[in-house]
Write a protein that binds this ligand. Structure first.
Ligand code: PGA
Length: 251
């Protein structure tokens, strides 16, 4: 059984003070949750305060990015050792906005992924096709390359512990969601590619999330799909009540 995860990606939103308020409210609302893991990923500068304010709640914490080196002359970067030290359990790697605006590639994703695992951080690795890929009918080809290059070089146990987020780029922040069936189809394909790389046992344990305009109105349909194990939520995670109703989806 794969335990569902609902992860909130706050992106570049919230001051430290606002972030503390959000996590405090969410901590209370998520108090009853037992069968779903709740994760929030605030901006770096709010991480420490959010972890402190959310301590003792059911929430786990993640960062939105990291560099792959442990320390050194890398101005502006944050290392996996720092995230581990701060109390993070998760780290988002290769989000499409990082690929689009900050030059991340499947190769950098692979380096970050292996660095995260060395510091016991659980990577939430993002993959997804652009609108033009979908229109050209190359979705599977694009996803296969992202998975085979980005997620390569692990042992089976490491692979099994991964979280992958399938986020079609055209669905992020646009209000357009992939249909439940389309999301299931690609996610099942990701599991199939992982099976080819790491075997069925490991691939069956990987939790694969859907992301892209997830909201309370569409979460139940997505969660009814057999291969979808949760969601990576952007906009709708910025309001505690809205995110809590996603967390408490009714199957
Ligand atoms: P969205 O973002 O929910 O605002 O579409 C999802 C994401 O980018 O992780």
């Amino acid at each position: 059984m794969r335990k569902p995860i609902m992860a909130g990606n706050w992106k570049m939103n919230k001051t430290v003070e606002e972030a503390i308020l959000l996590v405090s409210e969410l901590g209370m609302l998520a108090d009853e949750v037992t069968d779903t893991e709740v994760v929030v990923c605030p901006p770096f500068i709010a991480l420490d305060a959010v972890i402190e304010a959310g301590a003792g709640s059911k929430i786990s914490f993640g960062a939105q990015n990291m560099y792959w080196e442990e320390e050194g002359a890398f101005t502006g970067e944050v290392s996996p050792a720092m995230l581990q030290d701060m109390g993070c359990s998760y780290v988002i790697i290769g989000h499409s906005e990082r690929r689009e605006y900050f030059g991340e590639t499947d190769e950098s994703v692979s380096k970050k992924l292996r660095a995260a695992l060395r510091f016991d951080l659980i990577p939430i690795v993002c993959v997804g096709e652009k609108l033009e890929d979908r229109e050209k009918g190359t979705t599977e080809e694009v996803i296969r390359k992202q998975v085979e290059t980005g997620l390569s070089g692990l042992d089976k146990e490491q692979a099994a512990g991964l979280v992958v987020a399938y986020e079609p780029v055209w669905a992020i922040g646009t209000g357009k969601t992939a249909s439940d069936e389309d999301a299931q189809k690609v996610i099942q394909f990701i599991r199939q590619v992982l099976t080819g790389m790491y075997g069925k046992d490991a691939a069956d344990r990987v939790r694969i999330l859907y992301g892209g305009s997830v909201k309370p109105e569409n979460i139940s349909g997505l969660m009814q799909q057999p291969d979808i194990d949760g969601a990576l939520v952007g906009g709708a995670s910025l309001d505690a009540k809205v995110f809590a109703s996603i967390v408490n989806f009714q199957k």
